[in-house]
Design a protein around this ligand. Structure first.
Ligand code: UDP
Length: 322
């Protein structure tokens, strides 16, 4: 298939682009390089440098596209609270422009990078797709708004669409030729921050709260390997039905606490990784774990890299390769 990958110079987008190329697809990456990196675009993909809303129509207007995988987004929760306008414009308005270009040029398939943040504070864990969607910040709200737009476009215009709601994406795509992982200028995610301590660029890790109602008092999250995540996108492309918008959670179904993650990083890196307890971070739910039964049943997706040790060691190999 000929595919447009928006945000293909970013963490998840670049890994998905690598998997698509490996499967024999033709890949055009559209990225404004605001947070992505030119050298993350895997060899074999064409890079079009441009802003999503302004450029998507031009690229899709070349014709012949079988699908779009839409990763380009702003994704910092804290920033979304401070400057929501960036999220309504950069996520919602830009995605609307993309959907319009998809409609205008008759592109049949769309896979969208949605998020567990669309659910907000869960009533029940594991979280199913039928759970109420009550995002607690503008980032999650903007992703949910896009999900709603996609539902209406699928119903009205026959688009075969899938939204994949990621839990905590982690790990790296590590092969002899290619090493793709998290390289955020503003890093907020737990595993890369802990590995910064191990590589000597950060003194300690702050654990946000130790009085949560969890077995060891620290927050529990569902870490999903970026390669497992990428495989779900290929399955979503292959299994989509015209006129339908399917929504699937992607997680491993296993929860690990902040303390367990730090301990795993110590074991993998051999570094003592000093950790200090800091106040809770506003808006953090105590436990987020996915039920990915739907993705497993309907897409035939099976995450195979669920060992937290492997997730961390792939991330560590990526860090050391830089
Ligand atoms: N966390 C932490 N210290 C940090 C960064 C994150 O204790 O410096 C915790 C955070 O409170 C959450 C978990 O690690 O419970 C994962 O956070 P992350 O930002 O990686 O992902 P989120 O779950 O917020 O999407």
């Amino acid at each position: 298939m000929k595919l447009l990958v928006t945000g293909g110079a970013g963490y998840v987008g670049s890994v998905c682009a690598a998997h698509l190329l490996e499967a024999g697809h033709e890949v055009v990456v559209l990225d404004d390089l605001s947070t992505g990196h030119k050298d993350s675009v895997p060899p074999g993909a064409e890079l079009v440098e441009g802003e999503l809303g302004a450029t998507a129509g031009e690229v899709l207007g070349r014709g012949g596209f079988d699908g779009v995988l839409h990763f380009a987004a702003r994704s910092l929760v804290g920033e979304s609270v401070e400057k929501p306008e960036l999220y309504w414009d950069g996520n919602v308005v830009a995605s609307f422009r993309l959907l319009e270009a998809i409609r205008e040029h008759g592109v049949p398939r769309l896979v969208f990078s949605s998020t567990a943040a669309t659910y907000g504070e869960p009533e029940e864990v594991p979280i199913r797709e039928t759970a109420p969607t009550r995002p607690t910040n503008p980032y999650g709200a903007s992703k949910l708004a896009i999900d709603h737009m996609i539902t209406s476009y699928a119903a009205a215009h026959g688009l075969a669409a899938t939204s994949l709601r990621y839990f905590n994406v982690a790990g790296a795509h590590v092969t002899d030729e290619l090493k793709l992982g998290e390289r955020h200028a503003v890093e907020t995610h737990l595993i890369p921050l802990v590995l910064q301590v191990a590589s000597g660029t950060r003194e300690h890790i702050s654990m946000f709260g130790e009085d949560w109602p969890t077995p060891d008092g620290t927050c529990v999250r569902d870490y999903i390997h970026v390669d497992d995540l990428a495989e779900a996108h290929l399955l979503a492309l292959a299994n989509a039905t015209p006129g339908e918008h399917s929504i699937y959670n992607l997680g491993s179904g296993h929860g690990f606490s902040v303390r367990e993650v730090v301990e795993t990083c110590r074991a993998v890196t051999g570094h003592p990784i000093p950790a200090v307890v800091a106040p809770r971070r506003a808006g953090d739910p105590a436990v987020l774990v996915a039920s990915s039964e739907q993705a497993q049943e309907k897409l035939g997706w099976t995450p195979t890299r669920t060992d937290i040790g492997q997730i961390v060691s792939d991330a560590w190999e990526f860090v050391r390769s830089r």
